[in-house]
Design a protein around this ligand. Structure first.
Ligand code: ADP
Ligand code: MG
Length: 434
């Protein structure tokens, strides 16, 4: 995010706008009331603390004005927010200084700054702000204690830090620091939780949308596939009859071969599409994952060894059972292995691992050291007909996804361009049959 213009519709932008507006309102209210209070107490409306307060208000208005102007043009929004809030901590320190340093009642403002920094900048940002606040407060009180800094004593009653014992001053500094960090930890924890929940919700929404779309598509596809397959079968049959009846002619023979081959391709394409759009119910049974996995890998290794330099290692543990149709499982594994092999240009390695997860799930990990994917590609790989391969159908992963879906299982992908890809399948375990 930090490298782009802040988008006006983004949540971050809105939060930042809110912050800028509240800052102006809050400081005018706070400093305004302080000025009114002090005006009543001090001899002249031009006393130094009052002058400083006027200056602070003017400064904040000026800053807010500048922020508002450059907001649309900043490229690095996160950095911009850091700078703004960092300046806020300095302003708070100034407010505390003007209103009596050690005896000021405004040290709680540090906590306010830390709380909103956690809403915008999360854990790291709020920790940075807590550190900034602690340092400034500590330094200021120390300077005051050693009489380098003289606080304004407008009412003539407040005492300076230098009038207290060192331990008192230290105590106050430490308590404030602890409060700053405690608030940073707590409020950033809440903000992180909120962020996580929002993300989960968005993911879930995407998921539901996808499932709904697939359900409608599935119904349509099932009908369409029948309408295509029947005429296709008659076509193939007729051509075969013609071929038997006709005299041999190499030219005709070649053309008929093309018709048959393409009809075959079309037929397998629509079958695959049906498999994706509406996986058959299948016959679920208790199957041992390790056994089926080893079978598929062995067959795959044999099939792909010709012409390729792909080595395969397979690590399985025995006695891991799941409830599903063995044909479906084979299809899922086959599609993933095929993709892994296709991602490897030249020689490479495919690693397959089966391991349990928290006693209730089993994971199958299939990783390759092939071409990997960009983030853009990664977003679309489960969409039907999405492919980056010249001869690809883009149905492999869609089929994998919808089969797993029907078993309440799921898969995760990690990929790095030019480094490789890992697919992690997660299945629900069942008790081994006795
Ligand atoms: P197809 O294999 O026909 O292209 P898939 O649905 O199987 O269709 O895959 C979709 C796309 O996902 C592929 O075209 C490829 O870009 C990407 N992809 C899938 N698996 C891998 C992998 N292991 N490594 C790199 N890219 C992959
Ligand atoms: Mg594929």
């Amino acid at each position: 995010m930090s490298d782009f213009y802040i988008k006006p519709e983004s949540e971050f932008y809105q939060k930042l706008q809110w912050l800028m507006l509240s800052r102006v309102l809050f400081t005018s209210l706070l400093l305004g009331s302080t000025i009114i209070l002090q005006l009543g107490e001090s001899a002249s409306p031009l006393a130094p603390p009052l002058l400083l307060l006027y200056g602070l208000i003017a400064g904040i208005f000026l800053l807010s004005f500048t922020y508002a102007i450059i907001l649309k043009h900043v490229k690095r929004g996160i950095l911009f927010a850091h700078v703004q809030i960092g300046i806020d901590t300095v302003v708070v320190t100034l407010i505390i200084f003007v209103t009596g340093c050690y005896s000021s009642i405004f040290s709680f403002l540090y906590l306010v700054v830390i709380i909103y920094s956690s809403m915008l900048l999360f854990r790291k940002g709020s920790m940075i702000m807590a550190a900034l606040c602690s340092i400034q407060y500590g330094v200021m009180l120390n300077l005051e204690y050693y009489r380098i800094l003289e606080p304004f004593n407008t009412a003539g009653i407040a005492l300076s830090a230098a009038d207290y014992a060192g331990s008192h001053v230290l105590y106050k500094v430490v308590i404030t620091m602890v409060a700053c960090f405690a608030v940073a930890i707590l409020s950033s924890f809440l903000s992180e939780e909120e962020r996580k929940t929002k993300k989960e919700l968005a993911d879930m929404e995407d998921h539901v949308k996808r499932v709904e779309k697939l359900a409608v598509l599935g119904e349509m596809a099932a009908g369409l596939v029948h309408e295509i397959k029947n005429p296709l079968a008659s076509l193939t049959g007729s051509i075969q009859l013609l071929r038997e009846d006709m005299d041999y002619d190499p030219q005709h023979e070649r053309l008929m071969q093309i018709v048959l081959r393409e009809a075959d391709r079309l037929s397998s394409l629509v079958s695959n599409f049906l498999l994706f759009a509406k996986p058959p119910a299948g016959k679920t049974e208790a199957i041992e994952l390790g056994r089926v996995l080893s079978e598929v890998v062995e067959l795959f290794d044999k099939e792909t060894r010709k012409g390729r330099h792909v080595s395969v290692t397979n690590t399985v543990i025995p006695n891991v059972w799941v409830q599903m149709d063995a044909g479906h499982l084979r299809q899922v594994l086959w599609n993933l292995l095929l993709n892994a092999a296709e991602a490897i240009d030249g020689s490479g390695h495919i690693k397959i691992k089966l391991y349990p997860l928290k006693n209730r799930f089993a994971c199958i990990e299939i990783s390759d050291d092939g071409c990997g994917m960009t983030r853009e590609t990664l977003k679309s790989i489960f969409d039907p007909f999405f492919t980056t391969k010249p001869g690809g159908t883009g149905l492999g992963l869609s089929i994998v996804h919808s089969i797993l879906e029907s078993y309440n299982s799921w898969l995760e992908v990690e990929s790095k361009i030019n480094a490789g890809t890992t697919f992690i399948l997660k299945f629900r375990l069942i008790r081994p049959p006795t």
